[in-house]
Design a protein. Structure first.
Length: 271
C-alpha cells in the first residue's frame, strides 16, 4: 500500500477516537448552569427551585448549588419568596444574542414567503414588557401592506402580537395586554377581554393567529409562533395581504406556508 494511502486510512480510523476524547472535556456542571440561565431568560415569571430542578432534570440539591454559584457571580438574583430571576443586564445580553440569531436564521424563510406570495413578511420578538418588529421583507407590489422595524405591536390585535401573547403563561399574557390596553384600532378590533381570551385559546389550539382587519381596514395578516431551544414562544413570523388580493389565494395554503416557515426557524434555533 502506498505510504500516503496508509496515512489517510489511519487518520480516518482515528477521527472518531478524537471526537470521543473531546467529549470528555465537556463540563456537565457548566452545561447545566447555562441551561438554567436559558430557562430563566426565557420565562416571564420567577420560577422556584423545584420548578428549575424539573426543567434541567437535576436534584434540588444540585440545582441549588448551581443557582447559588450563579447568584454569587451576579447573573441570578433570588427574591424574598425564594424564587429566581436573571439580573437585568444578563437578560439583556441574552435577548441581544437571540435577536441576532433570529434575524440570521429567519431571513431566508421570510424572503421565500415574500417570493411565494409577493406580499410583505414580518418578524417580531417578545421583550420584557412589549412586542416589537425586528425585521421586514416588503412586498414588491405597488399596493401592499407595510410594516416598520421598531414598531411596537398590539398584543390584542395584530397577528404577530396575538400569536406571541397567546402562548405566554397567563400572568405574562395579562401583563402584556394590560401594558398596551385594548384600544380599538378599527371596528374589527377585539376589545372585550372575554372574547380576547377565547381568541388566545383558539390561537393556541390551531397554532397560528390572524388579523382580520383589526389593526388596519382591509388589511389581513397570518402569524405563526417561533420557539427557542427551550420550547418557549419568543417570536413570531407573519405575512400580510391587502383584502383585495386575499380571495385569490386559498387560506389553507397561506396557513401551511406560514406555519412551515415558523417551524423551520424554530428548528434552526435548536441547532
Amino acid at each position: 500500500m502506498p505510504r500516503n494511502a496508509a496515512t489517510k486510512t489511519r487518520r480516518k480510523t482515528n477521527a472518531p477516537k478524537h471526537a470521543e476524547r473531546g467529549k470528555r472535556y465537556v463540563s456537565r456542571a457548566v452545561a447545566k448552569a447555562l441551561t438554567l440561565v436559558e430557562v430563566l431568560g426565557n420565562t416571564g415569571q420567577s420560577p422556584s427551585l423545584t420548578e428549575l430542578a424539573a426543567a434541567v432534570k437535576l436534584t434540588k440539591t444540585s440545582t441549588f448549588r448551581l443557582l447559588y454559584t450563579l447568584e454569587e457571580a451576579g447573573y441570578v438574583e433570588r427574591n424574598q419568596d425564594g424564587r429566581y430571576a436573571l439580573r437585568r443586564y444578563a437578560r439583556s445580553g441574552m435577548r441581544d444574542k437571540l435577536i441576532a440569531t433570529l434575524m440570521q436564521v429567519s431571513e431566508p424563510h421570510m424572503r421565500e414567503l415574500t417570493r411565494e406570495f409577493r406580499e410583505t413578511t414580518g418578524l417580531a420578538v417578545l421583550f420584557e414588557n412589549h412586542i416589537e418588529v425586528i425585521a421586514v421583507v416588503e412586498s414588491p407590489q405597488i399596493v401592499r401592506m407595510g410594516n416598520t422595524v421598531g414598531r411596537i405591536l398590539q398584543p390584542h390585535a395584530s397577528s404577530l402580537g396575538k400569536c406571541i401573547t397567546a402562548f405566554q403563561p397567563e400572568p405574562r399574557r395579562e401583563h402584556l395586554v394590560r401594558s398596551y390596553g385594548v384600544t380599538p384600532m378599527t371596528e374589527n378590533t377585539i376589545t372585550d377581554e372575554n372574547v380576547l381570551a377565547q381568541e388566545f385559546a383558539r390561537i393556541r389550539e390551531q397554532g397560528y393567529a390572524t388579523d382580520r382587519g383589526e389593526t388596519c381596514v382591509d388589511g389581513y395578516c397570518f402569524g405563526a409562533p417561533i420557539r427557542d431551544a427551550a420550547g418557549e414562544v419568543v417570536a413570531a413570523i407573519s405575512i400580510s395581504f391587502p383584502g383585495t388580493r386575499l380571495d385569490a389565494i386559498p387560506r389553507e395554503r397561506i396557513v401551511v406556508s406560514i406555519k412551515s416557515a415558523a417551524e423551520a426557524i424554530s428548528a434552526d434555533l435548536r441547532k
